[in-house]
Ligand binder design. Structure first.
Ligand code: FES
Length: 648
């Protein structure tokens, strides 16, 4: 003879409530995550729940028929108009009548988990910046004069417990007609605020708005800009798109862009304009792909390296081009899209992740957010391979970070037959250790060069060069086949026993593909370039290991678009990364992009990464004497002093 017991799953939260309590009310009182946009008016259907009946020994209750009230007219009307899935009830209408077990399906949770493909990576909990709220506003009254905005804010406070809200002029201008059109019923998109701005009404719609609002996660790279458009209510990626960074015309790599700005008055402004224009055309592209209005994009998160960061913000990157590489600010930034001339919703917000150091940018912070070394039990080395490698080493006790100037060799630049990853580029290589004959595969085909059908590949794409991951495999295979020695010299035909090695000036080269028009060769200079790049990468990692006081790591994560294509074995044979069990070397794909998506969907993660970045120990490789020592040793393939027990 007690008040009925209500048990919610999956949270397990429980409590006694008087008969007649709506399920939504019970959920709110217990702090159960049950969504609602209409505030219990039976309009939005976000509050759907599934009651269970029968014996529940685990919970110690028996749920009888009639434990929930029958459908009322509101629920009936909803079902007639839009149809409720069988077994589902509207939590705001169904009332508790007896002991009951109630499941809150994923689709009714505000803070649902967003699915991520990789198992070892952290989950994304949905905690979006902007949410929709439906309210009914009091009409104006001559006896109690007050503005329409004040009554709207009062309704939002009363129904939703929202604090004082700000609005901008744009919203104010649409307020009166919207309230009247909706007959004093409106839906508001409210940005809940962050550490820089207070909560704010972003947009209003007349009546109940049955749609959603969107956010953008943007990875602003020096070569490409990639954007993911996410539904802020479900966390889903609804469209993804990318463009080349239009700044490429000012210089392929970052340092040449910094020098462009130093040598040309107004150069930095020009590059800022270019990247913002590029960004806006990306937004047009992505919105049309998703078939939505750009005005529905209310939030955006950006990750980028320090130079892109400054150029995007319109800050001259001059100081980043010279020691001591001071950033204008390393803090996270919360800005208005309009300040950056971005064409999104006029009140849209922009969040830029913090930078770790002058050479370790917001992109590395995003990688840290995605790969979460600070939450890892085992010691993990995360390497974002690019023209400037960003390296993190750590576990839950401590995380260290540095960057290392690898140069553009891994992107195929400065390699005689090197090219960007594109159809026709060699990406996979094997060299027979006995005959020293190569076989290879090019991007855009899965036929190897010694298989039937390869002629068709040549006919369609030709063999145009070797891409970055291809050159890594090439040099590692040449080393394993004895064509290249430890110090990095290509042997003569006599030494190697193959006529593919040929005299080329004062050194030897290796003929990969003997096309009279466009032969593909690897020269000794190419080997040198790769040695320098991989030595820089390895020494950065090794330096962090010194600082950590370890000689081995438990696992290695290769991040970045390029990292996704590197073969772990070949990277290790080359001595690019330290020794680790091969099955513990994994690729994280575009971890920086994923980090941006996490920060977009979970505003709590923003505060978390800001704290993590504060706690990361930054190591400046340029002033560490041991870096040079490691670099010299690491120039050998794989290394002059380190051993690789997992390989040899
Ligand atoms: Fe909107 Fe129940 S809360 S329908």
């Amino acid at each position: 003879d007690h008040d009925p017991l209500v048990i919610f799953t999956p949270s397990g939260k429980r409590g006694h409530f008087p008969k007649g309590t709506p399920v939504l009310t019970a959920a709110r009182q217990l702090g159960v995550d049950l969504d609602s946009v209409c505030g219990g008016r039976g309009i939005c259907s976000k509050c759907q729940i599934t009651p269970s009946y029968g014996e529940f020994p685990k919970h110690g209750v028996t749920v009888r028929d009639g434990a929930l009230s029958d459908w009322n007219s509101v629920e009936q009307r909803y079902d007639d108009k839009r149809g409720l899935t069988k077994g589902r009830r509207l939590g705001c209408q169904a009332q508790v009548q007896g002991d009951i077990v109630i499941d809150v399906p994923e689709s009714s949770q505000v803070h649902k988990q967003v699915v991520r493909k990789r198992v070892e990576a952290r989950d994304i909990t949905l905690n979006p910046s902007t949410k929709l709220y439906y309210v009914e506003v009091e009409q104006p009254d001559m006896h109690e004069p007050s503005g329409d905005l004040e009554r709207l804010i009062k309704a939002l406070r009363h129904d939703w417990d929202l604090p004082a809200l700000e609005v901008d002029l744009g919203l104010l201008k649409t307020l009166q007609p919207t309230l009247r059109k909706g007959e004093w019923k409106v839906t508001c998109a409210v940005h809940l605020g962050d550490n820089m701005f207070g909560p704010r009404i972003m947009h209003i719609w007349p009546g109940f708005y049955d749609g959603t609002v969107y956010g953008l996660a943007v990875d602003l790279g020096s070569t490409t800009i990639a954007g993911h458009l996410c539904d802020l209510a479900t966390g889903e990626v609804v469209a993804s798109s990318g463009i080349m960074n239009p700044q490429i015309r000012f210089g392929e790599d970052l340092m040449s862009r910094v020098s462009y700005s130093m040598m040309n008055p107004g150069g930095a402004e020009e590059m800022t304009r270019a990247v913002r224009e590029g960004m806006n055309s990306l937004f047009v592209q992505i919105a049309s792909e998703a078939e939505i209005d750009r005005d529905l994009i209310v939030d955006a998160v950006f990750v980028c390296n320090p130079v892109m960061h400054h150029l995007f913000l319109g800050i001259d990157p001059f100081e980043l081009g010279q020691a001591p590489f001071a950033l204008a600010t390393s803090e996270a930034l919360s800005l208005r899209a309009i300040e950056l001339e971005l064409n999104l919703h006029p009140a849209a917000r922009v969040y830029i992740l913090p930078c770790i150091a002058g050479h370790v940018g917001a992109d590395a912070a995003a990688v840290a957010l995605s790969e979460a070394p600070d939450k890892s039990e085992d010691l993990v080395l995360v390497v974002d391979v690019g023209t400037n490698a960003e390296i993190l080493l750590g576990n839950k006790d401590k995380v260290l970070a540095c960057s290392s100037p690898t140069g553009p060799a891994f992107e195929g630049a400065q390699i005689s037959s090197g090219q960007r990853a594109a159809p026709g580029a060699i990406e996979r290589v094997e060299i027979d250790p006995v005959t020293k004959e190569p076989r290879f595969r090019v991007i855009g085909s899965d036929v190897w060069s010694d298989e039937d059908g390869f002629d068709e590949v040549i006919a369609s794409t030709g063999i145009t060069g070797i891409c970055g991951s291809g050159i890594i495999e090439m040099v590692a295979e040449m080393r394993m086949a004895g064509i290249v020695d430890g110090p990095g010299l290509i042997g003569s035909p006599e030494q190697t026993g193959t006529s593919r090695c040929f005299q080329d000036g004062r050194t030897y080269s290796y003929m990969v593909y003997d096309d009279p028009e466009r032969p593909i060769t690897v020269t000794n200079r190419d080997i040198r370039e790769i040695q320098m790049a991989k030595a820089a990468l390895y020494s950065g990692a090794r330096l962090l290991m010194d600082k950590f006081g370890v000689d081995t790591v438990d696992r290695v994560v290769l991040a970045g678009a390029f990292g996704a294509h590197i073969s772990p074995k070949h990277a290790m044979v080359l001595g690019m990364i330290p020794d680790a069990p091969l099955d513990k070397v994994t690729s994280a794909g575009n971890a920086a992009g994923t980090g941006a998506r996490i920060a977009l969907l979970n505003t709590k993660a923003r505060a978390e990464i800001e704290q993590t970045v504060h706690d990361i120990h930054k190591i400046e490789t340029a002033i560490e004497p041991r870096f040079q020592e490691h670099f010299v040793n690491a120039s050998n393939i794989p290394n002059a002093v380190e051993s690789f027990p997992n390989l040899f």
